[in-house]
Design a protein around this ligand. Structure first.
Ligand SMILES: [Zn+2]
Length: 437
């Protein structure tokens, strides 16, 4: 018995694009094909619309529990659903307690089960002092681990020294898990010499990223650990990763819309709302990163949604302003607005490539056997990012005013509509995502 058929949409995956019907049975895709001859309990007419696999944002900070005045799982997951996303993976900070042991993961799991509109997973933390906790985090379902090579900005989540990084990677390799690193080498960072945005940018030079990638790759090769570099901000960072892959290392990288769309000089206009680490880079690096994206040399684009209250983004001393960009709702729509980017490439960057790299079971594709996570979108619709449309707990973003394309007609998680007609549907439909193995 088929529960649902989505009829007549242009189905976009990383490997195909064409008119097709999608049949859904018990939350999974049971058939995909032209003019499916099936009776279903429910039909959705998608003619004139595109249907993408639900997006997967593997880099968000939803801050729950502990800092829900900055963001909540309810708000963050609704924002993602509004932008065509059906799964998120939450970082082990800036929630409190930070997710560095099993008890903290349990708290976050309960919070997500209570209020997430979409499916979810969690990264555990690797910090100096919690090596004995990695196995319990893994056993409770952590999809992998996150470490900082420099101070994180959160005292409760200290940086990894080299010894911890090496021992952590050894353990993570034994667990057949993956380590995500924030790659900025502390010895290449220095205190800002003044209070301007430019002083801040100069205090975190691109060489810090390159040194850290080189160190992390070296330890990954030595320990046999799978490694993923978060928010790569320079084209050379991706070149280093490709070179390491060619040499046999199991390493990958991601970038974020802000490094593709803005340069450091945009901080004059954006002020503290555009502060993040690594910082926005030169026009040359921004354009070089964009070229790599268009050429298919960047495997994934994720938001690094790292919100706070608006007052923390203002002030006369740029170095004292909270660092982090709010943006998870609009990643896909921002990419779609740049029409030189192929639709299939965007599908890959925001769904299957993420699912494959992180081994997410049944996620990221529109094919029989996968979860019926679907984004039905009107690509004829063009607009700009507007504050009043943002569903964050604190609705502001560095992306306000940027062109976007695609109005969300409906977002489905495992066959259930979670967002339609401009509204998040009430309730908590999400559940914990598991690994393929
Ligand atoms: Zn982050």
């Amino acid at each position: 018995m088929t529960d649902l058929v989505v009829r007549g949409g242009t189905v976009v995956t990383s490997t195909s694009l064409g008119l097709a019907d999608i049949a859904v049975t018990e939350g999974r895709i049971s058939a995909v094909g032209a003019n499916l001859d099936l009776d279903a309990g429910q039909e959705i007419d998608a003619s004139g619309l595109h249907v993408f696999p639900g997006g997967i944002d593997s880099h968000v900070h939803f801050n729950e529990p502990g800092r829900t005045e900055w963001e909540t799982i309810a708000n963050g997951s609704a924002a993602l659903a509004a932008g065509g996303y059906t799964t998120f993976i939450d970082m082990p900070l800036n929630n409190l307690p930070v997710t560095i042991d099993g008890a903290a993961l349990d708290l976050k799991l309960k919070a997500a089960e209570r209020s997430s509109l979409i499916d979810f997973g969690f990264w555990g933390g690797l910090v100096s002092g919690n090596l004995a906790r990695l196995a319990e985090l893994h056993a409770r379902g952590a999809l992998g681990f996150k470490a900082f090579m420099c101070p994180s900005g959160i005292d409760e989540f200290p940086a990894c020294d080299e010894g911890t990084l090496r021992e952590g990677m050894k353990q993570i390799a034994e667990l057949d898990s993956i380590l995500l690193v924030h790659a900025e080498a502390p010895e290449r960072l220095h205190a800002p010499s003044g209070t301007s945005w430019m002083d801040f940018v100069l205090s975190r030079p691109p060489e810090a990223e390159w040194t850290a990638i080189s160190q992390a790759v070296g330890i990954a090769v030595e320990t046999g650990c799978r490694l993923h570099v978060v928010h790569v901000s320079t084209p050379h960072g991706f070149e280093m990763i490709r070179k390491a892959q060619a040499d046999g290392a199991d390493v990958s990288g991601e970038t974020c819309p802000h490094y593709l769309l803005y340069a450091d000089s945009d901080l004059e206009r954006l002020g503290g709302i555009g502060k993040c680490a690594p910082p926005l880079r030169s026009v040359e690096f921004r354009d070089g990163l964009w070229r790599k994206l268009v050429e298919g040399q960047v495997p994934m684009v994720v938001s690094d949604h790292s919100p706070s209250t608006l007052d923390l983004k203002h002030g006369n001393d740029f170095s004292a302003i909270w660092g982090g960009i709010s943006g998870c709702q609009t990643t896909r729509q921002l990419l779609l607005a740049r029409e030189e980017l192929d639709l299939q490439l965007i599908a890959g960057l925001t769904s299957i490539n993420v699912a494959r790299r992180f081994r997410l079971k049944g996620k990221g594709d529109i094919t029989a056997g996968f979860d019926a996570d679907l984004w039905i979108v009107d690509l004829g619709h063009k607009d700009v990012v507007r504050r009043e449309d943002l569903l964050y707990r604190n609705p502001f973003s560095a992306h306000e005013g940027q062109p976007i394309r695609g109005r969300t007609v409906r977002t489905l998680v495992r066959g259930k509509t979670v967002f339609a007609s401009g509204q998040a549907q009430p309730g908590s439909a999400g559940r914990l995502t598991s690994l393929t193995i």
